[in-house]
Design a protein around this ligand. Structure first.
Ligand code: ARG
Length: 261
């Protein structure tokens, strides 16, 4: 199946504020960041993904993380309501992009905090949603209702894994990759009712292994995760690894840079 993904070339990507524990002010090598982003784009094209692009606004350094723009199902998009004021300006740019592309746009009221596919993933008729650091329960509930999905809310408990896509990846509708240290035992038991879960170590989680992208049996993973890659090859996936050092400095990696539409 051909799928599309929205990417934002990191022309103005930078770290000028801190809104998660990874953003410690490390200097971004901008040329390297661009190279790493191009590697992602090239692999995605190579495996048959239809690439869509949005221009980055000069005053919005995190706009490259398009996963946070909203959540799309068919022709409907629930637009994000960012928690932090420094990212709130992104919404109007994404809204304009979705408008031009002909989507039915669903904004949320101010009390509904929602950071799109950073915190949500659609699994058949289920919206798996993470809340606690960025998106809130109100945001997840409203998004699920708009998209006509049943909500499976998962409380995130570890500030280093502040978005769901930093600690959970849906590999197949019946299989997930997750970092147990980001959830309570009760939350994990809820998720286990829906799928088999492959746990990763803290050291792999810190290398953002759960921020991998899966498409057509290929898993694109952040570099340094060879051990997990070998394991997933045993599950039938073919792994590609990309160094995302410049984006890790901002608390993001591959999946954060792509919005599946
Ligand atoms: N610096 C960005 C932020 O804190 C990183 C976003 C990562 N996105 C994601 N989907 N996890 O908002």
């Amino acid at each position: 199946m051909t799928r599309s993904t929205l990417l934002c070339p990191p022309i103005f990507y930078d770290i000028v504020y801190s809104i998660n524990p990874w953003m410690q002010g490390a200097k971004v090598d901008k040329a390297l960041a661009m190279q790493q982003w191009f590697q992602l784009k090239n692999i995605l094209s190579h495996i048959g993904v239809n690439i869509k692009l949005i221009d980055q606004s000069p005053d919005l350094p995190d706009m490259t993380f398009t996963a946070n723009a909203g959540t799309v199902r068919d022709n409907a998009v629930v637009l994000s309501n960012f928690k932090h004021p420094v990212r709130q300006g992104e919404t109007e740019h994404f809204r304009e992009w979705f408008r031009k592309e002909g989507y039915n746009i669903h904004p949320l009221p101010p009390n509904a905090i929602f950071e799109g596919t950073g915190d949500t993933v659609i699994c058949d008729d289920l919206l798996i949603g993470g809340y606690g650091f960025r998106s809130n329960l109100t945001g997840l509930r409203m998004a699920a209702e708009i998209l006509d999905l049943e909500l499976l809310p998962l409380k995130l408990t570890n500030p280093n894994f502040y978005h769901l896509d930093t600690c959970f990846a849906l590999l197949r509708p019946d299989l997930g990759l997750y970092y147990p240290g980001a959830f309570s035992a009760y939350t994990i038991s809820k998720l286990k009712k829906h799928m088999e879960l492959i746990p990763v170590s803290e050291s792999s989680a810190n290398k953002f292994v759960c921020n991998s992208i899966v498409h057509n049996g290929v898993i694109i993973m952040p570099a340094g995760n060879e051990e997990v890659a070998d394991k997933l090859e045993g599950y039938g996936f073919s792994a590609r690894l990309i160094n995302t050092s410049e984006f890790l400095k901002s608390g993001g990696s591959l999946k954060c840079m792509s919005l599946w539409i």
